[in-house]
Design a protein around this ligand. Structure first.
Ligand SMILES: Cc1cc2nc3c(=O)[nH]c(=O)nc-3n(C[C@H](O)[C@H](O)[C@H](O)COP(=O)(O)O)c2cc1C
Length: 319
């Protein structure tokens, strides 16, 4: 349809995330699709607007002890602990795979110190396929995994401003934790520090107990809850951040937390998200990306919209 103007019968799904054009709002949620290689045979990556990698740290990390994943009634708990191949192996082995995707790539960056984040983000400036850095200041599963930067507004602004100076080619996306009293306060700090976009939410700290053994199921004791159980909380947080911070500042939101069906994705769009990341649902139904994309098209067509942009933040707050 290139060259044709979008119409209500052929709606345009493309969105703009701080200057990066995506064919549709859908992306992988960091950590749930590795570096694209593990899932290429199952997930139709062509249904995506962008690919978001697992967190990368300067040095390789083995992650936490097993068991580090447990299914819950409406979601899952994970305490992976930022297991990853490290910056050097990522650049050498994973970047060539990402180059084959023909998609904009956002690399999720984690660290224990500000210097760690800077080192990874600096190296990513030289990688053409990478279009953005997603700053993970919200991992709940490691003792010094950056969440200290994500729960205090002063620290959030400071680390964002530091990375702002490093990210020249790449856009700077700050990924927020829901494990705070007021997520809008942290979002405002990230925007004050120069964030180009905000991702929300990361997982909610939670735990599960084996009652026979009277022990926590996860070796790490606590983990991060994701999936359908957290969706209404995530929708609320996107709505709150959009209304109080993102819309006034003109900063796009990438919404995530329990998106599995087109109806879920629509909730996030109406609440104010421009991008949509899908994580846990990929473990249940790897085909869900194409289903969500097609469902979005059907909704837009059914409601006479020519573009998905017409429904972003279109929540009716009157009476
Ligand atoms: C197994 C697993 C691993 C994850 N690893 C990361 C990670 O490395 N970095 C990160 O920022 N978020 C990570 N997340 C959080 C997701 O990116 C996402 O924010 C969260 O799971 C909510 O989305 P969902 O309900 O669609 O999974 C992980 C989530 C899961 C389930």
């Amino acid at each position: 349809m290139q060259g044709d103007a979008p119409t209500a019968s052929q709606p345009d799904l493309s969105v703009d995330i701080a200057g990066v054009r995506l064919a549709n709002p859908l992306m992988t949620a960091s950590g749930t699709c590795g570096y694209a290689d593990e899932y290429a045979d199952f997930v139709d990556l062509r249904a995506l607007g962008a690919f978001v990698t697992k967190s990368i740290t300067v040095s390789p990390r083995a992650g936490n002890e097993y068991p580090r994943v447990v299914e819950t009634r409406a979601g899952m708990l994970n305490a992976i602990g930022l297991a990853n191949v490290g910056l050097e192996a990522f650049l050498r082995e994973k970047v060539p795979l990402l180059e084959e995707l023909d998609l904009p790539v956002f690399v999720n960056v984690a660290g224990s110190t500000a210097e760690d984040y800077v080192a990874v983000a600096e190296a990513l400036e030289d990688v053409a396929v990478v279009r953005g850095v997603e700053l993970n200041i919200s991992c709940p599963n490691v003792p010094a995994g950056g969440i200290q930067f994500g729960i205090d507004p002063r620290q959030t602004e400071k680390i964002t401003a530091l990375l702002r100076g490093v990210c020249r080619k790449n856009i700077l996306i700050v990924k927020l934790s829901p494990n705070v009293t007021d997520i809008a306060e942290i979002a405002a700090a990230a925007v004050a520090g120069g964030a180009d976009a905000l991702s929300l939410v990361n997982t909610l700290t939670a735990m599960a107990i084996d009652v026979e053994r009277r022990r926590a199921i996860l070796a790490n004791v606590t983990g991060g809850l994701s999936g359908p159980a957290i969706r209404p909380i995530a929708v609320y947080m996107v709505h709150r951040v959009y209304a109080q911070v993102a819309r006034p500042a003109g900063v796009p939101i990438i919404g995530m937390g329990g998106i599995q069906y087109a109806a879920d994705a629509l909730e996030f769009l109406l609440a104010g998200a421009t991008g949509l990341a899908v994580g846990t649902a990929l473990f249940v139904n790897p085909a869900c990306l194409a289903e969500i994309r097609d469902g979005l098209c059907d909704y837009l067509r059914g409601h006479g919209h020519a573009s998905v942009n017409e429904i972003i933040g279109a929540l009716d707050m009157e009476g």
